[in-house]
Design a binder for this molecule. Sequence first.
Ligand SMILES: [Zn+2]
Ligand SMILES: [Zn+2]
Length: 297
Amino acid sequence: MSMNKIVLFYGFTPLSDPEAIKLWQRALCEKLNLKGRIIISKDGINATVGGDIKDLKQYLKTTREYAGFRNMDIKWSDGTGDDFPRLSVKARDEIVSFGAPGELKVDENGVVGGGTHLKPEELHELVAAKESNGEEVVFFDGRNAFEAQIGKFKNAIVPDVDTTHDFIKELDSGKYDDLKDKPVVTYCTGGIRCEVLSSLMVNRGFKEVYQMDGGIVRYGETFKDKGLWEGSLYVFDKRMHMEFSDEAKEVGHCIRCNKPSNKFENCSNPSCRNLNLYCEECASAPETLQCPQGCTD
Ligand SMILES: [Zn+2]
Ligand SMILES: [Zn+2]
């Protein structure tokens, strides 16, 4: 019997020949009928791959035979077998595109000089410890701003970024300079964006930076909707969003009628690339599934 799963993992490690790793990974995935997206750079690997559980286990076993990839943390989730349209394996300047390939320092142990990793329990310990000193922990969203429309940490700061490329401009704008002396926790979906973001923040004088180990995914597995997380998690596959329990708060609203919604939809205008929240009713007709303020392109 076949069973479909998705694996998500990343590893920061120096790779002297990213092109060779790319060819190896592509051949391996093709042989095992896996689909998904893999990015390789001189600093490591970032992968989301789906397929049959047996094939995925073989894939991970082989991938981990490469010394630099041995200790990667793998996240498993359920797949449908139709989660990715194709296999894409690419070598790029960065495995997450911050537009700062020269700034990131990586060695055998991962990113050099990033924020302190916190496990979900350790995050709660930090918040409690700071609170008892009358200090507040600041949550800093490391994702694209739209993702926070359907869920984020309580009172989190959501930087004004359309893509990860905008973070440097945001950090250099001075907007967040008052946070430089405060305890700041960065968080993102699976942890990879925070590996880079937290190091960029440390480099820019943020004195006490933490990052959520394993991201929102790991936190949600641990505390579901009984902790500091509120709402749904945006995910980059066909599901578009996921909830950690039936108690998830619906924090998003339909852009047209303001009804609660956690479902992003593409505008019905084919030349418009805006992704917005629509309720089921507004999404059901092309006339209402369209930017209320007019489309931008
Ligand atoms: Zn609506
Ligand atoms: Zn539109």
